[in-house]
Design a protein around this ligand. Sequence first.
Ligand SMILES: [Zn+2]
Length: 235
Amino acid sequence: MYSFVLKRSDLREQDQIVTLYTLEKGKVDALARGVKKILSKNSAYLLPVFLIDAEVLSGKEVNHLTKAVPVFVYKNILEDLSKMSLLQTVFKWVNILTKYEREPKIFLLIKSWLEFLDATDKVETALAYGFLGNILTHLGFAPELDNCIFCQNKNNLVAFYPAGGGVVCKNCFLLKRQADNKIYPLRAIDLQAMSLLFASNWQKILSHNTEIANRLVFLYGQYHSERKLNKIKLF
Ligand SMILES: [Zn+2]
């Protein structure tokens, strides 16, 4: 089945557990035996830059990865350290945020993001934050960005409250900010950028992002994640 390799963890001397994101079954863990042997025919393609066709046999206790055939290599990502570091961070986020459930939309989101990253000449962290926003939306965690989460006011939206799940109007911000310092001010341009980060195509995200919007999407993702999300390090 078509898969991306999210993670590999050492198990025994020659074996690894490989975490795949598959089109058919969503996230799957599989035992890859002998994968660390130098000439292992599977290991060469168990990298995040490959779309692979993986053969996974369900066992009594564990699944076994018996074959990994390359379908496509994202060559421009492989040859660019900045692109690689965005990809590695994003795959860690996918692994943290997703459960072991079938979710073809997530597979397609990963695929479209990799295709864009492979083709673009502009490598910016906004691309990773845009992926984060979009995956949160697909997982059912889209924030409220149109109405104040306290009073439903549509106007004067001046702040974002990650723990409250959305934007806050000026009146409510003045009332609440002393009680909770985790309500963050934002400008109209940041709000616009945020709505793109949560639901838009990659090109628009690249053209209209702001640092504040990027940071708020990260804080929001962090709030909805049970584990700490890795920070982006761009080379
Ligand atoms: Zn309000």
